[in-house]
Design a protein around this ligand. Structure first.
Ligand code: C2E
Ligand code: MG
Ligand code: MG
Length: 587
């Protein structure tokens, strides 16, 4: 019987032996032989009487006539003896490759004999695909860690059983990951995440679980834990491991992670509350220096509520355009002439009180409201240009601050540059950016800078010396001006170290053809030092003038939109103090 197991003849009296013509029989045999499904017939002892080609390829049949695969033997014998049909999924290992069969066993009675008729479909491919789907639904492809669904499920399971002696949930966020990604590229960023996941996941027990819940965020479940001290100690070691440099693709990278921890049951009784509170603790760490860990406490909740309120009022203020600008002159320290002015945004809050940007700029940036705010500042400058000219002169440059995040974003900078050009006096503008903007060096250099250069807008590096890259940034970026941060200038006359740094910045800037401005001059002594010991020519600071509101100089002309009320007393005070100290302005 060609193609079938020839050592096993079809049983006497089996269908096909009666009635059919020899040609029909041979067709049937060929059909059986060529069926894509494996077909076998086994006797009451499980011996294979008949197997077609597909079955022979799928199964190993021993010399005793029994299938080598033990589970198949068991199911077959079970089906035979119970007399009931079964459908089973069989996983076979052949020549190192996994095969999955979907087999239906059907006991039949043929020619007075109890036989088992089995047919198997090869579903290996479908199974592999299902497995992949399963993995991608529950596991992170990059790090191979379980994803948020898995850890949430696991915590819920723990909670259902009472949570044992207690557990901890840690929320981890890699610090400045976006910088690292932008600076080194995504491939290295990815490799860093993998290595970071490995370091975080070291020394875990099988009952713990580490999960990657998004980009650079991980959630770690520590179960069981006896108390805060135990968790604190474990995390201390983990932070130490993370601190060591990462060597990736020839680069030595220093990275850190901020960690917030909540404990069950003290800090929440469900996954969402625990995760949220761990997140709040992590947020606190981010705002107080990064790279460490904190346990949740109730003050964090109050902080978050307060932040939420500010957020709401900030959105409202943007909607109602409740912003105005104060202007602070940049002064030539030899002649006391005003060389330019810097626009510093102010917010009038719900109660009508004027707020300095320190209280809202970062939040506005975080919330994606900063672009709109910057356009509002520009609109205000344009609207007040006559007053600006009357007050500070027609040649005074006008500096605007742009957040690092905006400066590296072509989608903001392109329309912004267009708006600057449309003012009709783009050459008077300077854009002040902090060094953080240069982290995405190539983008800034190749795309953003030419955009501004083309329309004649100057570039100024703000708060120099406090940022991410400092001196190295200077070598790459051709800026027109560099503003030395106030922290170097304060009491400069009695701080030899700052004097040294100042000299270094000064000579470097000179070599690169950049104008140097000293920020935050408050005292005569500071000014006297600059004049005597440096060649720095320009300065800004309360000593010369505090930021002023134009409308206070020309009481009758409101700067703000007509609907805007004249803000409260702080404004006038800001102005008065400024001008009493600077009697020698041009106007
Ligand atoms: P900045 O650009 O470095 O501006 C200088 C800041 O120092 C201003 O604070 C100014 O009032 C203050 N200042 C000037 N001279 C002195 C001094 O002698 N002593 C002291 N103690 N402070 C002095 P302000 O107005 O609160 O602004 C803070 C920061 O907010 C600015 O720092 C700038 O980074 C940001 N900012 C202001 N306006 C805008 C804006 O329109 N957009 C963006 N993105 N950021 C802005
Ligand atoms: Mg500035
Ligand atoms: Mg500054």
């Amino acid at each position: 019987m060609h193609g079938l197991r020839h050592d096993v003849p079809l049983p006497e009296g089996a269908p096909g032996n009666e009635g059919e013509s020899p040609s029909e029989l041979s067709i049937l045999r060929d059909v059986l032989r060529l069926l894509p499904h494996g077909v076998t017939v086994q006797d009451e002892h499980g011996r294979v009487l008949l197997a077609n080609e597909a079955a022979a390829a799928q199964l190993e049949i021993g010399a005793d006539g029994l299938p080598a695969h033990a589970p198949r033997r068991e199911t077959a014998s079970h089906a035979l003896h119970s007399g009931r049909a079964v459908v089973v999924e069989e996983s076979l290992e052949r020549e190192g490759r996994r095969k999955v069969l979907l087999t239906s066993h059907r006991p039949v009675r043929i020619a007075e004999r109890n036989l088992l008729l089995s047919s198997s479909a090869d579903i290996t491919e479908q199974k592999t695909f299902e497995d992949q789907l399963f993995r991608s639904a529950y596991y992170d492809e990059l790090t191979d860690l379980p994803n948020r669904r898995v850890i949430e499920h696991r915590v819920n399971k723990l909670l259902q059983t009472g949570g044992g002696p207690g557990f901890a949930l840690a929320f981890l966020d890699v610090d400045n990951f976006k910088h690292i990604n932008d600076y080194y590229g995504h491939a290295i960023g990815d490799a860093l995440l993998v290595e970071m996941a490995r370091r975080i996941g070291m020394n875990l027990r099988t009952s713990d679980m580490l999960s990657r819940i998004s980009g650079d965020e991980f959630v770690l479940l520590l179960y069981p834990v006896q108390g805060q001290e135990e968790v604190a100690e474990f995390i201390r070691f983990m932070l130490e491991r993370i601190k060591a440099p990462f060597f990736i693709d020839g680069s030595e990278i220093f990275a850190s992670t901020s960690i917030g921890v909540s404990l069950y049951p003290e800090h929440g009784t469900n996954y969402d509350a625990l995760r949220h509170n761990a997140d709040l603790a992590m947020y606190r760490v981010k705002n107080t220096g990064k790279g460490t860990a904190a346990f949740f406490d109730a003050s964090m909740e109050r902080e978050a509520d307060a932040r939420m309120k500010i957020e709401q009022s900030l959105r409202m203020a943007i909607l109602e355009k409740r912003f105005c600008c104060a202007f602070q002159p940049k002064v030539d320290i030899r002649t006391r002439e005003i060389q330019g002015i810097e626009a510093l945004v102010r917010l009038r809050d719900d109660a009508g009180v004027i707020q300095a940007p320190g209280s809202f700029i970062n939040l506005a940036t975080e919330l994606g409201l900063i672009d709109e705010l910057t356009h509002l500042v520009l609109a205000e400058i344009v609207k007040s240009i006559d007053l600006i000219n009357d007050t500070f002169g027609h040649d005074a440059t006008i500096s605007m601050n742009v957040a690092a995040k905006q400066a590296g974003n072509a989608d903001f900078m392109r329309p912004f540059a267009r708006s600057l050009e449309q003012t009709g006096f783009p050459k008077r503008f300077m854009v002040e950016v902090t060094e953080d903007a240069f982290v995405t060096k190539t983008l800034f250099h190749d795309e953003i800078l030419p955009l501004l250069r083309k329309i004649g807008v100057g570039i100024s590096i703000d708060d120099f010396g406090t940022g991410y890259s400092s001196l190295s940034a200077l070598a790459d970026i051709t800026a027109d001006e560099i503003k030395i941060d106030r922290s170097f200038i304060t009491d400069i006359h009695e701080r030899p170290r700052s004097q040294g740094i100042l000299r270094a910045i000064e000579s470097l800037s000179e070599a690169l053809g950049m104008t140097v401005i000293a920020e935050g001059i408050e005292s005569h002594e500071e000014l006297a030092y600059l004049q005597a010991a440096t060649r720095i020519r320009f300065a800004q600071g309360f000593y010369f003038a505090k930021p002023v509101f134009l409308e206070d100089l020309r009481g009758s002309t409101p700067l703000a939109s007509e609907s805007r009320a004249r803000p409260a007393s702080r404004q006038t005070q800001e102005t008065r103090t400024g001008y009493s100290r600077a009697p020698r302005y041009r106007r």
